[in-house]
Write a protein that binds this ligand. Structure first.
Ligand code: NAD
Ligand code: DAU
Length: 349
């Protein structure tokens, strides 16, 4: 298999590259990433060089919304599959400015679809989110794959638009596509703007812990490794034109998540600061993933309590990784690797 992954320098994409290097040793992986603020080559620094030397891994810096660059990469590349992780992914940023979200999440997806189709890529996997379904009341049934899409943030609206495009390419052009929709991920290498890593890092560094509203919003939490195994299962066993939900069966109130983190780090509740709520804040997400269980033989394997304890330990043991993100030093790696890997050029060439 020769596969192209977009967004492989981000949180989930880099965990996915690691999974493939470990468990699909014969595959050739191309990692295409624009290295936005969320793209950090240090996420793969310990494995990339050796994999590259064995001819199993290449990094290319390219923007998925740059049609010429994407077409140039895919034409003649003879890729068996394209897995699109690349996105603007943070809801709060989409509230401040939605333009980059439309460009990457919608236009980028359209360009990937058109280029993959004309280059004859055999399978296209779109990594989407449960947020496309909108939100739930306390007693509502969990989201299933047939729940109507009702996105409520600019982020989720762009992800929903992309899902519609991907599924329309299957319907209209008979393209072999699969869409995955997962709940909130946590684990190593998550950018410390998202709830769990932000709270861990702030707890360690003596800062306040900003909880939106009363902390009563509910999310379903899944360890990133379980999500990555789901994406791999969808790639290998998913039905063309099908959608698969993944979840962690771990619904928790935000306040309870923050309390668990401060308990693990060993700081007091007085550090919690209740701040102005996020505009349009979705109340609750919950996932029905029975289709993935039945058709992909997939189930989440990590309990939230042990996964969170491992994640807190990872941030305690990898202080340099997040300190370099916080002080901006990680951008030096991005600029260095970017100067090696421009579109069409292998990193290190
Ligand atoms: P992230 O923000 O950590 O990483 C995104 C990556 O995409 C970065 O490496 C960035 O440089 C790259 N990128 C952004 N714009 C690009 C562009 N125009 N061209 C090429 N690369 C670009 O995101 P994440 O949390 O790892 O999420 C990955 C995917 O999974 C996203 O599609 C997201 O919508 C989806 N998802 C995330 C979660 C979650 O909880 N984080 C849950 C479900 C689905
Ligand atoms: O459900 C999947 C989605 O999960 C993904 O598609 C998104 O890419 C990902 O960012 C995530 O979206 P959320 O908005 O749920 O995640 P975030 O970590 O930003 O927030 C989780 C909850 O915590 C949410 O209810 C808002 C709250 N929150 C968040 C931050 C950053 C706080 O109370 N304080 C904070 O400082």
């Amino acid at each position: 298999m020769k596969i192209l992954i977009t967004g492989g320098m981000g949180f989930i994409g880099s965990n996915f590259v690691r999974l493939l290097l470990a468990e699909r040793p014969e595959w050739e992986i191309w990692n295409v990433d624009a290295l936005t603020y969320a793209g950090n080559p240090e996420n793969l620094a310990d494995v990339a060089e050796a994999a590259e030397a064995r001819g199993r891994y290449r990094f290319v810096r390219a923007d998925i919304a740059d049609e010429a660059a994407v077409q140039g990469l895919l034409d003649g590349g003879d890729f068996d599959a394209l897995i699109n992780f690349a996105a603007e992914s943070h809801v709060d940023r989409s509230i401040l400015s939605s333009a980059p979200f439309v460009r990457t999440n919608v236009v980028g997806t359209q360009i990937l679809l058109d280029s993959a189709r004309s280059a004859g890529v055999k399978r296209y996997v779109q990594v989407s989110t449960d947020e496309v379904y909108g939100d739930l009341g306390p007693d509502d049934a969990p989201f299933s794959e047939t729940t109507p899409l009702a996105p409520s943030s600019p982020y989720s609206a762009t992800k929903a638009a992309a899902d519609h495009l991907v599924l329309a390419y299957h319907h209209t052009h008979r393209m072999d596509v699969v869409v995955t929709r997962c709940s909130n991920n946590y684990g190593p290498y998550q950018f410390p703007e998202k709830l769990i890593p932000l709270m861990i890092v702030n707890a360690i560094t003596g800062k306040r812990l900003p909880v939106y509203g009363r902390g009563e919003n509910v999310r379903d939490w899944i360890h990133v490794e379980d999500h990555c195994r789901g994406v791999l299962a969808a790639l290998e066993r998913g039905e063309p034109g099908e959608v698969y939900n993944f979840g962690g069966a771990s619904e928790r109130r935000n306040l309870d998540v923050v309390r668990a983190i401060i308990g693990s780090v060993g700081v007091g509740e007085e550090r919690i600061e209740y701040v102005t709520d996020r505009p349009g804040h979705d109340r609750r997400y919950a996932i029905d993933f029975r289709r993935a269980e039945a058709e992909l033989d997939w189930l989440p394997t990590r309990s939230f309590e042990s996964g969170l304890a491992d994640t807190v330990r990872w941030y305690l043991e990898n202080r340099e990784w997040w300190a370099r993100v916080q002080d901006g030093a990680y951008r030096q790696s991005a600029e260095m690797i970017a100067s090696w890997g421009s579109a069409g050029e292998p990193a290190g060439a």
